[in-house]
Write a new protein. Structure first.
Length: 365
């Protein structure tokens, strides 16, 4: 495996993401439909990854996004600053006060418990980043003059609007022009693609994006819906992953897209909302590397677990280029992130490495 990661002394940022950042409104142990108060966090599929790289793994990161210029946008900016992520690349857009021109996204998410699964209800139409066009960002300046070692983005942002499809492609193409490594989480959401062309549009856009990607993250459903591949031998409910079938599929993906260096996915078996079996696998050069199994993992909040896996994987690849170590960084970080509330990690790199080495949950004094 040769990712050809640029040196730190030639780049301002270790990693940046491009995508939407929303306010997450969390009713805690209650339900959205009966809540009288919410705890507020920031979150977004692409942003969560670079926030984890900064907060847990102490890398220098920035977010490329857009906000409506109002008090909600200011709150989002403040949350991002608290996470240590550079906000200087954010595009601020004027709005009309009621969201006709643009607005900031809201994501109501309840955690679930036992037999009651987690529930998400997004309110994100007409957001600033969904309306942003390639010319709203100076990608040549970001990737060429400032310098970026790694770009992360994903299919959630690509599905926001016709404009976001164009903008993510422009960002990725420019990143590759300047030698930046690109990771992409397919993250298929049928409801988001439905208004802009459905599965056919998803495959058209993601097939083009895949030509520029070095590290692809996605499960069997993602590869089927976004790229038209399928895993042989899986059960209809996708409760367990057929590893042999997955490996065969990824080898087929790599033949079609020889630029891919790494393909990874989490493995989750949901026993209840609060008890999951958790692991991950990583494909490199025809070999599958499997992370440690976390059987009967107790979950406080599963949202963002996959994003924390991605940030651990990226950290491992950037610092070791050892796929087995990298997938274990990802699985351990994802496991820890799901023991605390909110989309984003509260873990520290030392905790992640201790879990990788088999540390237990005894009290620390």
């Amino acid at each position: 495996m040769e990712l050809n990661i640029k040196s730190k002394d030639t780049c301002r940022y270790d990693a940046v993401s491009i995508g939407e950042v929303m306010l997450r409104l969390d009713p805690g142990e209650g339900r959205i439909r009966t809540a009288r108060s919410f705890r507020v966090w920031e979150g977004g599929g692409e942003y969560n990854v670079i926030r984890g790289l900064r907060k847990c793994f102490h890398m220098k990161t920035a977010v490329i996004t857009a906000f409506a210029q109002n008090e909600v946008g200011a709150l989002l900016d403040d949350f991002i600053c608290q996470g240590g992520v550079d906000t200087s690349l954010i595009k601020w857009m004027k709005t009309d006060g009621i969201g006709r021109v643009c607005r900031n996204g809201l994501n109501f998410t309840e955690r679930g418990f036992g037999i009651r699964g987690a529930v998400g209800c997004s309110d994100r139409a007409n957001t600033a980043i969904s309306k942003a066009k390639p010319e709203d960002f100076n990608f040549d300046y970001i990737f060429g003059e400032l310098g970026v070692r790694w770009l992360h983005t994903g299919g959630i942002y690509a599905a926001l609007s016709e404009q976001s499809c164009e903008t993510v492609l422009a960002a990725i193409r420019t990143a590759k022009k300047y030698g930046t490594v690109v990771s992409y989480d397919l993250n298929y959401r049928p409801s988001m693609w439905s208004a802009i062309g459905g599965k056919e549009k998803a495959q058209q856009v993601n097939s083009e994006i895949a030509n520029y990607v070095d590290v692809m993250i996605g499960n069997e459903e993602d590869f089927t819906a976004c790229l038209g591949f399928s895993v042989k031998g899986n059960d209809e409910q996708l409760k367990t992953l057929n590893l042999a079938g997955y490996k065969e599929m990824v080898n087929e993906v790599a033949k079609k897209y020889p630029n891919l260096k790494v393909v990874a996915t989490t493995l989750r078996e949901v026993k209840t909302a609060t008890i999951n079996d958790w692991s991950a696998i990583c494909w490199v050069d025809g070999t599958i590397y499997k992370a440690k199994d976390y059987k009967n993992l107790e979950i406080m909040d599963r949202v963002g677990g996959g994003d924390s896996f991605a940030s651990g994987l990226i950290y491992g690849l950037m610092t070791t280029q050892d796929p087995e170590l990298a997938v274990n960084y990802g699985a351990a970080h994802g496991a820890l992130a799901m023991t605390t509330p909110g989309d984003t990690t509260m873990a520290d790199c030392r905790e992640v490495e201790a879990i990788m080495q088999g540390a237990g949950a005894r009290v620390q004094r």
